[in-house]
Design a protein around this ligand. Structure first.
Ligand code: T46
Length: 143
């Protein structure tokens, strides 16, 4: 696993390929930096739909476009970034306290998400102004 010291990082998974095609295996604490407690996936996303609009207090995740492509905007202490997810062998690691919005889903997009925690609505920060306050107070503590 590459050094995942940042809040948002690309992860490349080794492709086990042979003359039959490809296979990717993902193991917790080896290919992703946490124990995988939950898996969910987004598919059939309606055209021009934008999802997300939240951050998490504790949850870390890896997003993998196992089919098709989508775009993810992240906002963390280093600012806003755009990530195009279009390879089943590459995931996007998103740590806690990172705002995310997902959009430009292709019709065939299946976005698999590996999560470090079980579902807990109380872990969501869905108010952007609240998220910005937390970000500012974190930045102030680091100075
Ligand atoms: C994230 C992005 C990438 C559950 O009941 N269990 C679950 O495990 C999840 C993920 C969702 N839900 C319910 C909660 C809502 O009533 O499913 C509904 C849709 O969830 P949400 O509006 O949060 O979906 P997205 O696509 O905006 O966000 C999801 C994840 O919730 C989030 O953690 O990072 O995908």
């Amino acid at each position: 696993m590459s050094d995942l010291s940042g809040l948002v990082e690309n992860i490349s998974f080794p492709i086990i390929g042979d003359d039959r095609g490809n296979l990717i295996a993902i193991e917790q604490m080896k290919d992703v930096p946490f124990d995988i407690k939950r898996i969910y996936y987004l598919y059939g996303t309606v055209e021009n739909m934008r999802r997300g609009y939240h951050a998490h207090y504790h949850l870390s995740q890896v997003l993998i476009p196992v089919s098709g492509h989508c775009t993810v905007m992240t906002h963390d202490e280093s600012g806003k970034r755009t990530h195009v997810l279009n390879k089943p062998s590459e995931g996007l690691f998103i740590k806690n306290l990172v705002w995310r919005e997902m959009y430009e889903f292709s019709d065939d997009c299946v976005l698999v998400v590996l999560a470090s925690e079980l579902y807990d609505e109380d872990d969501y920060i869905r108010d952007y102004s609240e998220f910005l306050k937390i970000l500012e107070s974190n930045n102030a503590e680091e100075v």
